[in-house]
Ligand binder design. Sequence first.
Ligand code: SF4
Length: 468
Amino acid sequence: MNSNIFGPQRCEPPKKALEIRKIEFTEVYESNNTVDAQQQANRCLSCGSPFCEWKCPLHNPISKWLKLAAEDKIIEAAELSHHTNSLPEICGRVCPQEKLCELACVLHDTTGSVTIGHIERYINDTAFAMGWRPNLSHISSVNKRVAIIGPGPAGLSCADVLIRNGVNVVVFDKHPEIGGLLTFGIPSFKLEKKLMVQRREIFTEMGIQFQLNTEVGTDVSLNELLSNYDAIFIGTGTYQAIRGNLPKKAIQGVFEALPYLIANTRHLMQLSNPNGEPYINLHAKRVIVLGGGDTAMDCVRTAIRQGAKQVSCFYRRDEQSMPASRKEVANALDEGAQFHFNMQVTEFVINEQQQLMGVYAARTQNGELENGRYQVELIKDSTFFIEADAIIVAYGFIPHNQIWLDKPLIQRDKYGHIIANRNSPFPYQTSHEKVFAGGDTIRGSDLVVTAIADGRNAAEGILLFLGV
Ligand code: SF4
């Protein structure tokens, strides 16, 4: 391990060779080996008031499980990490640590932050590989039933806390595998799908029941669930794409980010998709991705792995304003993506067969400051034409229409988010006393770890409501 005058330096596990990861849908980072994980964990200074724990949305006891990892007490570390996190092996992989726990590490500006995410992943992967599983044998049933609608991070975390308190939990999911966007939205080069299969098996062993391929509103109504369960949690996310000022009509060659990513994952998992979006293969295409968030990076890197001829990302603000994780932007650059900042597509150019030929784009600059953010202004006479075979729109997501929430009425705000009161006597309760909600469906598109925090907090609200 390298050192400088301040002590041993941060060292991340190696990434797979570039020529491999540009074509493979497998995780980019190798796992830490035991020696490296212990050395890195041992760099933690065990601060009296660990800022990393405050910055983590779950307030994980990071310094304690780092100490256990450094001492090779992996089972104890995994037990402890599960006290505050329902999906620690997932967070270790997909959290933007450089904006959260690792940003707050006191070593950040000297020898580099402790590699908290990689060690969280190492602890839990190793414990699972050793056969460790959460032990709920001491828990007695409290004779209450809760239905969870939506098997993403919020729903799974709510189920985890409830089952640990003796509540019977059934999770309803329209897909054939749990995870929501963890399975179908996040590409497998960030999160391999076998992890969610492992998670389903672990949760099933803990007693959570999964009713897959069952869509609430179609196969079972909300009223039926209300009759059969003591409470309900909704964590159905946000799936409606934002199109900005772009035309909404269908154009051959213009795709929305989520259907593109979901269809690609289903294709890789060899799952049929009779009613969903078809698989889109961008091999040999000139691709432009519009947007600057993590979903845009996922699309860029998926197109690269599909063998696209050229992949560009157009973002309408400057590089510093880009919301995507720096780690993901750096990976996309390594893999060959081109970035164009302060660039906005203004028009799609199509031929008579409604097929995309290219786009007009204009350069942008900062305009008026509004709510702490500069508005985007197009620079006069800066428009130019660029040829493209495919456009992926990744501007973000808003709540999708869920008409089954109308009977009985679960109130939503003007944007379609379910209104759940985090400060009510029963936190996260909606307009219906038996119905709770959390995650993106109440707050808009956000991080996996924030959804986990919501799901866990909502479970506490449900337990209070049930008098458990
Ligand atoms: Fe860091 Fe995320 Fe783990 Fe919290 S859950 S310690 S923010 S990687």
